[in-house]
Ligand binder design. Structure first.
Ligand SMILES: [Zn+2]
Length: 239
């Protein structure tokens, strides 16, 4: 099986996530807008360069985190192109990954992303233990957030339903806690030789009581579950 962790929004707390991931030998991708219209801070370029130098992939997340499907075509394209070009200038290397702000995408956005030079687009589809067929609809397994049943059902329905994802939803819900849900999905991904792709927002970890100790517990169990060579960035998943 393969393990991937990805983090959205470029919040300064990503530094703490990255430091703990590195301590456990975990790898992954940080998707970063240049600024955030929602008012949350975004890491400075020197901090992004440090994450990149530590072996983490940096991917784009739009210019300012606007939902792309709400924008006129020219502005949507600018968000994709400028969000990528500015990161490339600052990092001095190609940026091939995109995460759709708010998880919102459609055929026109996916086509524009491919035309802009991205190689993949990560979605917010959960309850999957595979990479799918389309690199511009890269799914995930679970958000590292203690969702109630309703958001899970909404994600299941909005992303096309399906029996296997419904069974996985039941599996996550039955687990009763985020660490146990991760363990359960990890065991199934191992049995299937599938992909366990966990994603999150570092700013949400800080907002939950006990969020950081719980994340530490999850990182420790992931490090025990999968050998180092199976730990991937998003880019390596879609290769
Ligand atoms: Zn975001």
């Amino acid at each position: 099986m393969r393990l991937c962790l990805s983090w959205d929004d470029g919040h300064p707390d990503d530094r703490r996530v990255a430091e703990r991931m590195a301590a456990h030998g975990l790898r992954g991708t940080f998707f970063v807008p240049l600024r955030n219209v929602e008012g949350r801070p975004v890491m400075a370029m020197s901090e992004l360069r440090a994450l990149n130098a530590a072996g983490f992939e940096i991917g784009a997340h739009g210019v300012d985190h606007r939902r792309l499907h709400m924008l006129p075509a020219a502005e949507m394209q600018r968000q994709l192109a400028e969000g990528r070009a500015r990161l490339e200038d600052m990092l001095g290397q190609p940026v091939l990954g995109l995460c759709y702000p708010g998880g919102r995408h459609n055929a026109a956005i996916r086509a524009a992303a491919a035309a802009t030079g991205y190689r993949y687009g990560r979605t917010t589809e959960m309850l999957r233990l595979d990479c799918g067929q389309d690199p511009f609809r890269l799914p995930t397994s679970l958000q590292l957030h203690p969702h109630g049943l309703l958001p899970l059902l909404r994600n299941w329905l909005r992303q096309g339903g399906g029996l296997s994802r419904l069974l996985r939803l039941a599996q996550v819900w039955r687990a009763g806690s985020l660490p146990l849900a991760v363990n359960s999905l990890g065991a199934e991904a191992t049995r299937q030789d599938g992909v366990l792709h966990l994603w999150g927002h570092s700013w949400e970890i800080g907002e939950q009581a006990g969020g950081w100790p719980q994340l530490e517990e999850i990182f420790a169990s992931l490090a025990a579950l999968v050998p180092p060579e199976t730990r991937k960035t998003c880019r390596e998943l879609v290769k």
